[in-house]
Each structure stands twice: as structure tokens, then as C-alpha cells.
Design a protein. Structure first.
Length: 136
């Protein structure tokens, strides 16, 4: 038995002629605001209705990289409102010069030089990141 598989499911249905429901709402709303501005404010209404009409048309038809203007506006709003987390990789601190300290006699008898002792102390102070965590 064969079944028909729906094609073009990403395409919205055209409800009002060549316009989708969202496009119709944006165009009708923009036109309504423009008419109201023109009827109430006269010449100033004509000037103010131009940006309103451009914004309504951008919401209805403009796409950037496959995203609608409404999605771009939403992303811009979220970017400016939300906090930001800056991450960087901290460079290891340069080794500070340590004062030269004379080793007591028992350390020299064990064969521990100053550099070996410093390496041992360094390895004890550093926790291995790759080691499994123990329950505390």
C-alpha cells in the first residue's frame, strides 16, 4: 500500500492571495497605523507613516540568511537584554624568581638538590586534572 508523503512542509500556506497569515497581519497592521497617523496628524502623519510602513514591510517580507526579520529582531533584543559570559584561556603565570635558600645538611645527604626539591614541591601542589575525582 502506498502513502503520499507531504512535500514542502517548511512553506507556510498562502491564505490571503499571495500572503501568508503572518504577512497579512503585518501588512494590515502597518497600513492601519499609517492610515491612522495620516488622518490624525495630516502632513506630520505622512512623514511618520513612512518608517512605520517600512518596518511593517520588513516584518512581512524581509529575510536575512533564511531568517525572518521578526526572528532577527527577537535575537537582537535577547542579545542586548541578556548578560554575557566571557571566557578565555588563562596563560600560565611566569615563574617568579625565588630567593636562593641554603639547603640543610640532611637534604644534601639524601641527594636532593634545590631544583629537584622545587620540582617535588611543585608536583605535590598541583592536582592532576585528568585524575578521577574521589568522593569527599
Amino acid at each position: 500500500m502506498e502513502y503520499q508523503v507531504p512535500q514542502f512542509i517548511e512553506v507556510e500556506d498562502k491564505i490571503f492571495g499571495p500572503l501568508t497569515w503572518k504577512q497579512f497581519i503585518f501588512v494590515a497592521g502597518g497600513a492601519g497605523i499609517c492610515v491612522t497617523l495620516i488622518l490624525t496628524l495630516g502632513t506630520l502623519g505622512w512623514i511618520l507613516s513612512i518608517p512605520v510602513a517600512l518596518f511593517a514591510l520588513a516584518l512581512a517580507f524581509y529575510k536575512l540568511n533564511g531568517k525572518s526579520f521578526l526572528e532577527i529582531m527577537e535575537a537582537a533584543f535577547n542579545y542586548f537584554v541578556s548578560g554575557r559570559l566571557y571566557l578565555w584561556k588563562k596563560d600560565p603565570a611566569p615563574e617568579a624568581k625565588k630567593p636562593v635558600v641554603a639547603l640543610p645538611e640532611h637534604r644534601t645527604k639524601l641527594g636532593l638538590s634545590e631544583s629537584k626539591l622545587r620540582d617535588l614541591a611543585w608536583s605535590l601542589d598541583i592536582k592532576d586534572v585528568n585524575a578521577p575525582q574521589e568522593a569527599e
